[in-house]
Write a protein that binds this ligand. Structure first.
Ligand code: PGA
Ligand code: ZN
Length: 414
């Protein structure tokens, strides 16, 4: 069966936050593959820029000028598509065509090939190997750049069901934690009206310390109820806390400013008290050495880099040399083409980093993230807990389990 690209089209649609999003249709045979790019709010400095300076409309105009180069190209050739995109836009961060276009073209192409060949997308990405499910990691309480004034300074308090053996049970466990967190917030704040942040996590009028207590209690409650271990995770999104002018971490809601050493000690005290399975971006993105210090000091907690590595293989190799972190966030749109993100996953595996394939706070309703997570053998998929755009990815894991499984769960720190 031929998988040559016959045609492709681009348009502007909207993401879950109501922002303009770049969407592409790729036609292979009679099949239409489709993908629209997600968008971050707390982005790392080294990320591909989503749009050229002329904005989303300019990105669609630019697309019209170069898209014919893809006609006749093999939609299954994920690496070749990435190379062609780099030829079209040789700038280091896709400033000419926009990273959103690079994301959407490459993911839509694999979607089209998958439909034309009737082979699931994850197998086109991952090839012939044994597949296992990533553990779903979901934001249940949040603040920072994803929520309003009065919510916690720390961006995300997460749930990860490290003891579950089936993906359906794992997804359900996170949903139960999300529900229990609401109940516990209401006990502390009678005026809580059920507000949520961009990723569907509750956004209460609580400070970080209360939020830690609430989420820790909820994961323990659900562990007891469901019969397997559910643990807490935290994404500090430190880039949003760190003030480069003064060099301190500013927890404005609590009125606390921490030096680098105090920040490290704060993180270690949380690890000591709550044994979270997962900590993301505990330090700002240039502090490779601080990441290495924390990684050495925390045996049973993953120290995961998001803004520090931005799905960029060279930054990851720099980190690997000194043991900065033992987990990586993989967000395809941080780098642009799917092929580049797969290359990053290979570098992560070779250097024994746990891979966390992640959504963005502004998401599409596409299910593709689940296939990318399986395709690169990620141990964890971070994709929220509730909300249509989050559930779309989680439900896809359930379908894959039924159609191509049952699949075991990946191994992750317990
Ligand atoms: P973003 O945040 O998608 O808004 O960049 C998510 C994260 O920091 O993990
Ligand atoms: Zn993050």
């Amino acid at each position: 069966m031929e998988t040559q690209i016959k045609d492709l089209k681009a348009r502007i649609v909207f993401n879950s936050r109501g922002e303009k999003a770049f969407e592409v249709d790729v036609i292979v045979g009679e099949s239409v593959g489709r993908a629209s790019a997600p968008a971050g709010a707390s982005t790392g400095g080294g990320e591909a820029v989503p749009f050229p300076p002329s904005g989303p409309e300019g990105a669609v105009e630019a697309f019209k000028a170069y898209s014919n180069k893809f006609i006749g190209f093999d939609a299954c050739d994920i690496e070749g598509l990435a190379e062609l995109l780099h030829q079209i836009d040789p700038s280091p961060s896709f400033t000419n065509i926009g990273g959103a276009a690079a994301f959407a073209i490459t993911v839509a192409a694999v979607d089209a090939a998958s439909k034309a060949l009737k082979v699931p997308m994850f197998k086109l990405i991952g090839g012939d190997k044994v597949y296992a499910h990533p553990y779903p990691l979901g934001n249940v309480l949040g603040g920072g750049k994803h929520a309003g004034e009065g919510s916690p300074d720390i961006q995300e308090f997460l749930s990860i069901p490290v003891g579950s053996r089936r993906v359906y049970d794992a997804i359900y466990a996170n949903i139960l934690v999300h529900k229990d967190v609401r109940r516990l917030i209401e006990k502390l704040d009678k005026t809580f009206a059920g507000g949520k942040g961009d990723e569907g996590a509750w956004a209460p009028n609580l400070n970080d310390l209360n939020a830690l207590e609430v989420v820790s209690t909820a994961v323990n409650n659900v562990s007891d109820k469901i019969g397997f271990k559910v643990k807490m995770g935290i994404d500090f999104a430190s880039g949003s806390l760190f003030d480069p002018k003064t060099g301190v971490y500013n927890y404005s809601r609590r009125g606390v400013k921490l030096t680098k050493e105090e920040q490290i000690n704060f993180v270690l005290s949380i690890i000591d008290k709550y044994s979270p399975a997962y900590i993301e971006d505990p330090l700002f993105e240039d502090d490779f050495e601080g990441f290495a210090t924390l990684t050495k000091a925390s045996k049973n907690t993953l120290i995961v880099g998001d803004d520090i590595f931005v799905t960029n293989s060279s930054l990851l190799l720099k980190g690997a040399e000194i043991g900065a972190g033992n987990g990586v966030i993989l967000k395809v749109n941080q780098v642009g083409p799917l092929g580049d993100a797969i290359g990053f996953a290979k570098v992560a595996k070779a250097n024994k980093y746990t891979i966390v394939v992640s959504h963005r706070s502004g998401e599409s309703v596409d299910p593709h993230l689940a296939h990318i997570a399986l395709g690169v053998s990620s141990e964890i998929m971070k994709s929220g807990v509730v909300g249509g755009e989050r559930i779309a990815k989680l439900n896809e894991l359930i379908r894959i389990d039924e159609l191509y499984g049952p699949l075991k769960m990946m191994k992750v720190i317990k």
